[in-house]
Design a binder for this molecule. Structure first.
Ligand code: NVA
Length: 357
């Protein structure tokens, strides 16, 4: 395998990865899309800091943990790349709206590698419209090195792009699930997809709609099958604390949102493993996510995972399944909305494109 960019699943041996940065992270201004995905207890944080940089102390502590993650990966022989600096405090102006940016902390959200193709997600938050440019130098380099490169059409993100009637307190009026993003333009974040070789699974969420899923389906073509799943997460946003494949035949599920009956029958021959409860008590310092970041670890290969150091019960469970955990401090990164899986984007995993079902 001489391809520079190649990844087909979440568990093949990792050879190259991008690790995000919080250096210039800015708190987004509260709006319907943000409110649809963030715990309501965190609104005060956006009211106080919206449009301003994340407090310096938060950034420093999280940056330290990211730098340590880089060292751990490099010690394992993995090549690590980092984003370009970008001034996220700059107000961007479009014909319909203006917004400050967010960060380049979560490369998993903005891009995904499927086989030898880099797919740029269009995103659905105004604050993330230009985020991909923090990774463009890298993507252009990978393109020059032979990768294929698809950039999804970016939505206008004008008011009609959002479901203005969306009520985060009642996301299922009349029994029909509603989302903050409307259905009239393509929208998805890459982190709503999870790769299992020739099969990818995706959920609709506050940032991913049917048109976005169909765009990915058509562009990946007949070699791949895209399966849509739906879980009980009240405000879905990114699938990587709901289901996590450990290796062929073993799927970790979030027991609060995912029931075996939610899974298609293609998983009947798989072992379905319930994740242990998060060790972090429900914490108002998690502004963008639930406390299930426990499950958001990074597989270096089928037998090795990089896990937040406080997640003891998870490490014990993984050990029972033959997976050795490398514990790292990462809790100071959690308030930015993700853990190790979100903070990284696989560029190369050694393996072949296979079917596991
Ligand atoms: N929205 C999910 C995923 C975050 C990475 C959660 O809050 O757990």
């Amino acid at each position: 395998m001489d391809k520079k960019v190649w990844a087909c699943n979440e568990w093949d041996p990792l050879e190259e990865v991008i690790v995000g940065s919080v250096d210039d992270a800015v708190v987004p201004v509260w709006n319907v899309a943000l409110g649809s995905a963030t715990p309501s207890h965190s609104k005060w944080f956006f009211d106080e800091y919206g449009g301003k940089p994340f407090p310096q102390e938060m950034r420093d502590k999280a940056a330290y943990e990211l730098d340590n993650l880089v060292k751990v990966l490099e010690n394992l022989g993995v090549t690590v790349r980092r984003p370009e600096k970008q001034d996220f405090s700059k107000e961007c102006v479009t014909p319909w709206w203006t917004s400050t940016g967010l960060y380049s902390a979560m490369p998993r959200d903005v891009m995904m590698v499927v086989g030898d193709t880099i797919i740029e997600a269009p995103m659905a938050w105004r604050s993330r419209y230009f985020e991909i440019y923090a990774f463009r130098d890298l993507i252009e380099e990978y393109f020059r090195d032979g990768a294929r490169w698809l950039a999804a059409p970016k939505g206008s993100m004008k008011d009609s792009f959002y479901n203005q009637d969306f009520d985060p307190e009642n996301a299922e009026p009349n029994g029909v699930r509603q989302f903050a993003v409307a259905e009239n333009e393509v929208a998805f974040d890459a982190a709503d997809f999870v790769r299992f070789g020739k099969d990818l699974f995706v959920q609709k969420s506050g940032v991913t709609n049917a048109m976005g899923i169909e765009w990915v389906r058509r562009h990946l073509g007949d070699e791949y099958a895209i399966h849509e799943l739906s879980f009980d997460e009240e405000h879905p946003l990114h699938i990587d604390t709901s289901i996590v494949p450990l290796c062929p035949g073993k799927l970790l599920i979030n027991p609060s949102w995912v029931r075996k009956e939610h899974l298609p029958s293609m998983f009947d021959s798989w072992e379905i493993i319930e994740a242990p409860e998060p060790t972090m008590p429900f914490d108002s310092a998690l502004y963008f996510s639930s406390d299930w970041l426990t499950m958001n670890f990074l597989s270096v290969d089928e037998k090795t995972a990089i896990v937040e150091e406080n997640e003891g019960p998870l490490m014990e469970l993984l050990a029972k399944h033959g997976i050795n955990s490398i514990p790292i401090p990462f809790r100071n990164f959690y308030p930015f909305g993700g853990a190790v899986h979100c903070a990284t984007a696989d560029i190369r995993r050694r393996g072949t494109l296979d079917s596991y079902f």
